[in-house]
Every structure is written in structure tokens, then in C-alpha cells.
Design a protein around this ligand. Sequence first.
Ligand SMILES: Nc1ncnc2c1ncn2[C@@H]1O[C@H](COP(=O)(O)OP(=O)(O)OP(=O)(O)O)[C@@H](O)[C@H]1O
Ligand SMILES: [Mg+2]
Length: 389
Amino acid sequence: MASLDIVSLSKTLGTHAILKSVSLNVPDGAFMTLVGPSGCGKSTLLKIISGLELQDDGDVRIDGMSVSHLHPKLRDIAMVFQSYALYPHMTVYENIAVPLVLRRLALMARMPLLGKLMPGTAAVRQKIDSDVRTTADMLELTQLLTRKPVQLSGGQRQRVALGRAMVRDPKIFLMDEPLSNLDAKLRVHMRAEIARLHKRLGATFVYVTHDQIEAMTMSTHVAVMMEGEILQVDSPQRIYAEPADIRVAEFIGSPKINVLPGRVREDGALAVPGFTIAGRTQLPTGSQASVGFRPEHITLAQKGVAAPSATIINLEHTGPEVFVHASLEGLGAPLTFKLEPHQAMHLASGDQVGLGLSLGHAHLFDAQGKRAPFMQPVSEVVAGEVRYG
Ligand SMILES: Nc1ncnc2c1ncn2[C@@H]1O[C@H](COP(=O)(O)OP(=O)(O)OP(=O)(O)O)[C@@H](O)[C@H]1O
Ligand SMILES: [Mg+2]
């Protein structure tokens, strides 16, 4: 097993800077998930780590040793892609055995007739056989070893692809959206399988996904990438609860965080459309800032309490909860918040409601979109103003 260090990697294709000095430390045994919008450079980064593509600048290190000049085959890294890329004419057994056969048997020894006559070949073949069977066993593929890929379901094919990566016992696994071709139910199943596999192998994983639930549930670490840069690396919990950048806050979480544009007043309070959040923000007077509330941190205000007023646009009943979309005067986009079904029972489109904002969960961002702390904890709500401190 191994740690992986990506040090100031840069890559430009044509005039397009695809990776802009990306650095990332993946500790030994970590499950690092890379998330980010399409085109932000995730696959390019994985390809450079594996050696399939070359960087313009920077270094890739495994256990502290540079591997940038090593051929992909010598890096001890396995890569699993979105398309399973199995050999259609080979059985499951042969597909899993391929990397071992290529590695352990010389060209002559691979030939059916000649190989049998070569000394030592039998022992190597026996070891390959036992490694293939152990791997198949771990992935519950033993019953399927004689089948061809066309006779398998999507999930089974993906397990074969995993098996082919695992059988070499690599130090590091790179997976590029391995579940995105599967239907929703199978994804949930395979998600659990991969998480279990990670625990069992104790290997270092770098996993790319578009799926936030995958990122949040499987990983020990999440790296959020945008436009060729890594914006934040943290535990899944902290990425959600303490986004370092407004782009991270907006990318992670569904429904999306509600962002209100604001301006810092002389007294340090933040003026947002329709109301003011009092208290000192530490940001320069007059500067632009934004405050974000996740949907679960907005509720209906208590009766008789001064609160920002919004008009309900529509209600979405999902079963266990209700998403309320409401418009706040002066704010272009609607706000979204979550209620329990009993709280939403008497609400309808067009109703005016007071918003109860959970100020202790407010996320403040400066004009550059970087996280800024609120100075003081919430203590009171004052008429016309939602007050801090
Ligand atoms: N051969 C190439 N020549 C020019 N630009 C390229 C080339 N390959 C990729 N790109 C560009 O590099 C950027 C990063 O691509 P990459 O495939 O790494 O993105 P990604 O984050 O994996 O996206 P997705 O989530 O859609 O898979 C994209 O803007 C893409 O258009
Ligand atoms: Mg990609």
C-alpha cells in the first residue's frame, strides 16, 4: 500500500490550461474522491497519475518517490474506467487473468504448445490460476468464470473490470466514474461493494465521480475540483458543513445552497435583499459578500417574530420531506427550503410566509468567494433585523 503525492501538476492542451498547478496528498489507505463539473480536469489528472498522459510540469510521487518518468506498467497503479473495456472473446476467467499472464509469462511461454514445454511455466500458471480464483472469490464471480462478457449484467461486468485491476495487487487504484453506466439500483449495490473492497484491501483509492452521494458516502476524503484547480480537500462532512469557497458550497448539496448577495454595512452588519443580518462580519465596510443557507437551515418563522417575508412559488412533496420554493423580494432566484410534511400541510402556492433562518448555520463568503467567519454566535432576533451577537 502507498501514499500518493501530486505536486504542482500542470497541463495545457493547445491554449487551454487544463490543470493549473494541482497539488494533492492522498494518504496511505485513503479513499480520495475527486468531484467537479464536467471538463474540470478530473480524467486528465487520473491519466497523468497513471502515466497514460504526460504532464507539462510537476511531479507524481508514490511513497515519496517520483514516478513521473516511469512507464505506466511500472507504476504499480491500476485504473478502472467507466466503460469496462473487457475483451469480448475471452471468458471472465481469461479477462481477469490477462494482466498476470502478460506480466508473468514471457511471450514464448504464452504460446499454447511451446509454453507447455518451457521449464517453470507450469508453476507460474498455477500461481496465476490461484490468484485469479482468489480475486474472483472476493468479488463473488466464481460461478461466472466461464461466461463471456456478453452473458453478464452491467454490475457483473464492472466487477470483472475491478477484478482485473485487483488481481495484480497494485499499490494504488484509480477509478474514473466506474459506476456511471449502471442503473440506479445497481449503483447503490456496487457503491457498497467498492467501499467494502476498499476496507478489505486497505489500498489507496482515487475515485472520480459526478455523483455527490457516492462522494459523500464512500470516501474518507473529498477533493472538489473546478477549472483545473482543487478548491478544497477535506472529509466529506467538512466539505458539506464548512465549504471553503462559495463554488464548493454551491456544487455540494442537493437541493443547492441558497445564496443571498449582500453588502457589509458600516456597523459590520450584512445587508441582503429585504433584511439585514446584524453583527460584525470582519469584512471591510462597503464590500460585497454573500451569505448561504442550506435548505435544511431555513424553516418557517415562529408566529409573532419579525422575519424576512417570502412568497411560496410551489411545494414539492418527496414523501419524507417537502421542498418549498419561495421568492424573496429583490432576489432573482427562488429560495428552496425543506419542511416536514406536517409543517407544510396548510401551505399553498401564493402564500406569504416568514422565514426562520438558522443563523448559526449561515455560511459567509467574501467578495472573492472565500469563506469568512461570522464574528459572534447568534443570540437574538430583533424586529426587522435578524441579529447576530
Ligand atoms: N486532447 C485534448 N485536446 C484538447 N482539449 C482536451 C483534450 N482532452 C481533454 N481536453 C479538455 O480538457 C478539459 C478537461 O478534460 P477532462 O476529460 O479531464 O475533464 P473531466 O473533469 O474528466 O470531465 P468529465 O466529468 O466530463 O469526464 C476539458 O475541457 C476537455 O475539453
Ligand atoms: Mg472524465
